[in-house]
Design a protein around this ligand. Structure first.
Ligand code: NAP
Length: 474
């Protein structure tokens, strides 16, 4: 397969004069230039999606399901090509890109199965005066906005349920990583998605273009994955037209190790929770709270494992930590670490950049006090601040002392103790004795300022459905 460098609107691949440079962050070379969209292309996308909705929403669920199933198969068949593409434009190591592609493809398979299981109800009202008929209908044209850290999975986690529900979409991938989304849209076209059902735009001026779309009566739904800052702004924009919003936003995940945990298992879990995707995941363990009884041993063993990681170009199969998506993103991490050290953090390992060109940062472990400023920020990189705690109650209180609530991790050999902690944590997901729990078959989403709504699982499709109640006499 060969990836295009065009927009996809109304079933046509479109070139424009304005171009976006796509850069490989491992060596800062230009991969290609992609066409940028302007008002003209956005109007074409809105009208195409609006027109296509009339027929796609009425297409038999089985037909929609089979297209999604075909898209799943095509993604698997092209997994190696797609993985390389992600590594080139995002910088992450090939192993992470490959697992992202497999995870991303699963959303097409899962929602191909969900398309034919959309629920309804038929029952008698409590007073017996009527029948209550409840049916679900596709909400309409949906704007899908995705970030750079999982350029494939964040797109399919929206495209899968949207298409399964019968919605048409306008997909806007992150400017740093448009190629993966374009390749996925190519595969959807090949799988038989009709013209206008999926449209891909890359606005020259993102904020302005999305604001206009959210004030257009043809748009009914917004599904956004990205930072809490931008999510908050979009919620305000969407309020004017009362557009339905699903928000998958930032995280600040606590990783709690209780005093009875198997330390080696906790270290292995920490390596996955922290270092999957080079630490650039909304689910990345961001704050390590370790019982004071075992903090010394945990810190030593964890630092040793972090130190072993080989940093370099993600395309080299022996590399374990690749480049960041851009120098700008890498500098944010470096600045945060410096600020944390100035605020009293002790460097266990790292806290520096390798001596090489490209957006790299070395694995870093810091021992910090519970009020260190790094604990308030989403680090989004290979940096692990460790804090010790005295009691389970203190661990819960520290873990919940944040505006975020996406995921938490708990390690303990006592399941009922771990469950008690899990129930008290203010997060949409809790991993017990595991470093990763994301699964297309499970509901993904956050409490508090980590988001609204759920993606995946049985809930995911509901973000693209309206509930209609019909009361009737028979
Ligand atoms: P971001 O800066 O919020 O950007 C995300 C997307 O929003 C990009 O496509 C970006 O487009 C677009 N955008 C930026 N400003 C916009 C505006 N004013 N109006 C409309 N769209 C706008 O986030 P990021 O740096 O790409 O991603 C990292 C963040 O995503 C982290 O906070 C991470 O936790 C979060 N995330 C959350 C989840 C989850 O499931 N909860 C998953 C992955 C990532 P441009 O590229 O054109 O600016």
């Amino acid at each position: 397969m060969q990836v295009k460098n065009q927009l996809f609107i109304g079933g046509k691949w479109i070139d424009t004069n304005k171009k976006l440079d796509v850069i490989n962050p491992a060596d800062e070379t230009l991969i290609t230039q992609v066409s940028l969209s302007t008002d003209k292309e956005h109007e074409f996308a809105l009208e195409s999606a609006h027109q296509a909705f009339q027929s796609w929403s009425k297409t038999a669920p089985r037909v929609r399901a089979e297209i999604l199933r075909k898209a799943f198969e095509l993604m698997i068949a092209n997994a190696d090509f797609l993985s390389e593409l992600i590594t080139k434009e995002n910088g992450k190591v090939l192993a992470d890109s490959k697992s992202e592609i497999l995870y991303a493809a699963e959303f097409f398979r899962w929602f191909s199965e969900e398309a034919v299981r959309i629920e309804g109800e038929y029952r008698t009202s409590p007073s017996g005066d009527k029948k209550i008929l409840v049916t679900k209908q596709p909400i309409g044209v949906s704007v899908l906005i995705t970030p750079w850290n999982f350029p494939a999975a964040m797109a399919t986690r929206k495209l899968g349920p949207a298409l399964a529900a019968g919605c048409t979409v306008i997909l806007k991938p992150a400017s740093e990583t448009p190629l993966t989304a374009i390749a996925i849209v190519q595969l959807l076209e090949q799988a038989g998605v009709p013209a206008g059902v999926v449209n891909l735009v890359l606005p020259e001026k993102t904020g302005e273009a999305i604001s206009k779309m959210l004030h257009d009566k043809r748009v009914r739904n917004l599904s956004f994955t990205g930072s809490t800052e931008v999510g908050r702004l979009l919620l305000k924009e969407a309020a004017d037209s009362v557009i339905r919003c699903s928000m998958e936003l930032g995280g600040n995940a606590p990783f709690i190790v209780l005093d009875d945990a198997d330390i080696d298992a906790a270290v292995a879990g920490a390596m996955i929770a922290k270092m999957r995707n080079g630490g650039a995941a909304c689910t990345s363990a961001n704050r390590f709270y370790v019982s004071e009884k075992i903090v010394k041993e945990f810190t030593e063993k964890f630092s040793k494992e972090m130190q072993k990681l080989k940093v370099g170009n993600g395309l080299d199969k022996s590399t374990q930590l690749g480049a960041y998506v851009s120098i700008k993103e890498r500098e944010k991490i470096a600045e945060l670490v410096s600020a944390s050290i100035n605020a009293g953090a002790k460097v266990e390992i790292g806290a520096n950049k390798p001596n090489a060109a490209g957006a790299f940062y070395n694995p870093t472990v810091l021992s910090v006090k519970k009020d260190n400023l790094i604990l308030e920020k989403e680090i989004f990189g290979p940096v692990a601040p460790i804090v010790s705690f005295k009691s389970d109650e203190e661990a819960i209180q520290l873990a919940n002392a944040t505006d975020f609530g996406l995921i938490s991790y708990v390690f303990s050999d006592n399941l009922s103790r771990a469950l008690k902690v899990a129930e008290s944590l203010e997060s949409g997901m809790v991993a017990i004795n595991r470093g990763v729990i994301s699964d297309p078959a499970a509901p993904f989403g956050g409490y508090k300022q980590s988001g609204l709504g759920r993606e995946g699982g049985f809930d995911g499709i509901n973000e693209f459905l309206e509930t209609k109640y019909i009361g009737l006499n028979i």
